[in-house]
Ligand binder design. Structure first.
Ligand code: 5GP
Ligand code: ZN
Length: 121
């Protein structure tokens, strides 16, 4: 399958892997938006959050549990961090293999960015 994150999972493309187990892998984002920015992905290919099924309930829970564990291991849990799933075009998804962003290491602004079209909500 021609999927970037499947290739990272299969070690066909290098990444700075910070955690791996049977079901998930976590690696540093190539274009970090915070001092610590890593992605937790399932080893199984799922394109978007719209495609998760009842069978994926445990896997998605495991992604979140892994993010929490890694944040503690990386020493950012106490100060805090942000987790984000982007879904499809309006969500800003660019890689179509689900991934949980974890951003940490500074006080993050909210809302995260201004809509470039400056449309009212
Ligand atoms: P999305 O925009 O789909 O929510 O997030 C995709 C993320 O993957 C982006 O933050 C982007 O910087 C990251 N990314 C894209 N290509 C690569 C890559 O080849 N290696 C790594 N480590 N991250 C990547
Ligand atoms: Zn994939």
């Amino acid at each position: 399958m021609d999927c970037l994150f499947c290739k990272i999972t299969n070690k066909e493309i290098p990444a700075q892997i910070i955690y791996e187990d049977e079901h998930v892998i976590a690696f540093n984002d190539i274009n970090p938006q915070a001092p610590l920015h890593f992605l937790v992905i399932p080893k199984k290919h799922i394109s978007t959050l719209n495609d998760i099924t009842e069978d994926d309930r445990e896997l998605v829970g495991h992604m979140i549990m892994s993010a929490s564990k890694i944040a503690k291991d990386q020493g950012v849990a106490e100060n805090g961090y942000r987790t984000v799933f982007n879904c499809n075009n309006h969500g800003g998804q660019t890689v179509y293999h689900i991934h949980l962003h974890v951003l940490a290491g500074k006080s993050l602004g909210w809302p995260p960015y201004q809509d470039t079209l400056k449309q009212p909500i």
